[in-house]
Design a protein around this ligand. Structure first.
Ligand code: AOF
Ligand code: ZN
Length: 360
């Protein structure tokens, strides 16, 4: 009989393996699987790419001996459906797995609990909720996307010590240091899409790619109601990642060109609706979005109450009565979950109250 602590250790390894799929599996969840026989790990695997084999199948394939009678540790309930791949429950049953330890139920409504049922029906003992909090956190984007049809939304802002994002909306100024820049690039590499407004696209002419760290480039999304942005912008020419332009559905229909995809979105008070914009992106398979500005976009997303997580990078210098105030106020509904120094800067990460599994 293994001690409880050992179960946590094996699950923790499954979660580490799962993380290796980051940037390659979305909008599928990140899943890892460890097979243990007589206290030894005999096989490991993870979901490596969207459409590819699931973690359980990889672990069975990679096993260095017959997996019969081994225990499987998986951060997500095994699937029992034929999606792009056959059900993992069948593979676990057919390979004689004796016990399955699961991090969290699959929130995917077509699976949710039915995977566990299928295993138990076949006489496999299932233990739920091992490192559940970590398992939920790891797949927070997938959990929201699959249950609500909305992506996980992160707002990122860089500000001066006195709370300004810049001098005015017609100019661009770099406030934070190198460590913050690297950190922000890691953040980019962890989301499916980065979203900016028309003004930021015009003034900064950004690439929105991942450069300071190794990682996948997210899709680039620009809100441009009237499709007026010049096609000379980097985002339309560098071919480094897909570019999506969200525009008004009153004037435009869905169009794809070789330089971008135009997606029509509902208007509300002459602006694109943040909620409809996010739903439209979710339908494109985008499960997480990083909003990188500017001020107008941040204001409209805050007003629509659609932000899940906020990253505030604060530089040590003041800007003394500049014109562009950071519109994000951390009111009491926000919980600061992390605070760290990044060189001379500080980073605060805040989240809305964490949802429990039942609410997903
Ligand atoms: C698992 N193990 O490693 C993953 C699971 O289209 P498919 O076949 O890739 O199935 C996608 C669904 O399977 C996905 O929405 C989620 O519910 C589950 N993901 N399940 O047993 C895995 N990635
Ligand atoms: Zn599966």
């Amino acid at each position: 009989m293994l001690t409880a602590n050992v179960h946590d250790l094996f699950m923790s390894r499954a979660i580490e393996l799962a993380k290796q799929g980051r940037g390659h599996v979305s909008p599928n969840p990140m899943v890892g699987c460890v097979l243990v026989h007589d206290g030894d790990i005999i096989g490991e695997g993870y979901h490596e790419e969207f459409g590819g084999p699931h973690a359980e199948i990889m672990a069975i394939r990679n096993a260095r001996k017959d997996p019969v009678d081994s225990i499987a540790y998986i951060n997500l309930e095994p699937c029992c459906i034929t999606g792009k791949t056959p059900p993992c429950t069948t593979a676990l049953i057919e390979n004689g797995i004796s016990e399955v330890y699961v991090g969290m139920l699959d929130p995917n409504p077509v699976i949710n609990g039915k995977g566990v049922e299928a295993l138990e029906k076949a006489g496999i003992a299932v233990r739920m909720g091992i490192l559940e909090e970590e398992a939920i956190k790891l797949n927070q984007a997938f959990n929201k996307w699959i249950t609500k049809g909305m992506p996980w939304v992160i707002a990122k802002v860089a500000q001066s010590a006195d709370g300004y994002m810049g001098i005015n909306s017609d100019s661009s100024i770099w406030l934070t240091g190198d460590v913050s820049r690297t950190h922000a690039h890691t953040l980019r590499s962890e989301v499916d899409a980065v979203l900016i407004g028309r003004q930021t696209a015009l003034i900064d002419d950004p690439n929105l790619t991942v450069r300071e760290v190794r990682g996948e480039n997210p899709k680039r999304v620009i809100m441009d109601t009237n499709r007026k942005l010049p096609l000379t912008l980097n985002l339309f020419n560098d071919k480094k990642a897909d570019t999506i332009v969200l525009c008004s559905d009153r004037r435009f229909t869905l169009t794809s060109t070789h330089f971008c995809k135009y997606l029509p979105v509902k208007e509300e008070k002459n602006k694109l609706s943040p909620i409809h914009a996010l739903k439209t992106l979710a339908m494109e398979g985008i499960s997480s979005v990083l909003i990188e500005g500017g001020q107008e976009i941040l204001k409209s997303f805050i007003a629509a109450d659609v932000i899940d997580q906020i990253f505030i990078y604060t530089a040590p210098e003041k800007l003394d009565n500049a014109g562009l105030k950071n519109p994000i106020q951390l009111s009491e509904e926000w919980l600061v979950i992390e605070q760290e120094n990044l060189g001379e800067d500080t980073l605060i990460i805040a989240e809305k109250g964490v949802e429990c599994l039942q609410e997903l």
